[in-house]
Write a protein that binds this ligand. Structure first.
Ligand code: ADP
Length: 172
């Protein structure tokens, strides 16, 4: 049985095999957690992202998909980049947010990695309400992790409010 845990903290400091990046489809960096990962991980991550763009991902990474690169200077070994959906009040994009978690877990398993840390994908610049994101993220991971050899999934929530929303959802 995999362990699913919640911590408040900075994902760039996590000593796990994989950290997941809430990237944008360009794969060429952005703000929020993406900016922090590239800043602290150094240029090797962006160099691999550029190679991906020059190859299979010429059109960018689609929402819900996931792809791995090195983690550069970070304590983790790999970064799995995934593109969360932008929140929409008029359209239900929940399956795309669940896909981010399922596909990131699948890529983690394909790497042979045993531990992975997720940020609160889509809850920053992409404005997804945090209570809803917590519900979708936790359900997707609980459903999918058993089909993988992944042993540890850690949600790393940057601020107190996000941590408490995930914590409340995990308890309910
Ligand atoms: P998105 O575009 O998917 O909304 P953001 O990076 O804007 O991505 O935000 C996603 C979440 O990541 C937000 O809850 C934000 O507070 C959080 N975040 C920002 N920096 C970090 C970090 N260093 N570690 C963990 N989470 C972070």
């Amino acid at each position: 049985m995999a362990t699913i845990e919640l911590v408040q903290g900075d994902i760039t400091e996590q000593h796990v095999d994989v950290i997941v990046n809430a990237a944008n489809s360009s794969l060429l960096g952005g703000g929020g957690v993406d900016g922090a990962i590239h800043r602290k991980g150094g240029p090797d991550i962006l160099a691999e992202c550029r190679k991906l763009r020059a190859g299979h991902y010429g059109g960018g990474l689609k929402t819900g998909q996931a792809v791995a690169t090195t983690a550069g200077r970070l304590p983790a070994r790999w970064v799995v980049h995934t593109v969360g959906p932008v929140w929409s009040a008029s359209q239900d994009r929940s399956e795309l947010l669940a896909d981010c978690h399922r596909n990131s877990l699948r890529v983690t398993a394909e790497l042979g990695a045993a531990s992975v840390a997720f940020p609160a994908i889509s809850t920053g610049i992409y404005r997804w309400p945090v209570e809803s994101a917590a519900e979708i993220a936790l359900a997707a991971v609980r459903d999918a992790v058993g089909d993988t050899p992944v042993e540890l999934v850690r949600f790393v929530l940057f601020d107190r409010r996000t941590y408490e929303a995930y914590e409340a959802c995990a308890r309910s």
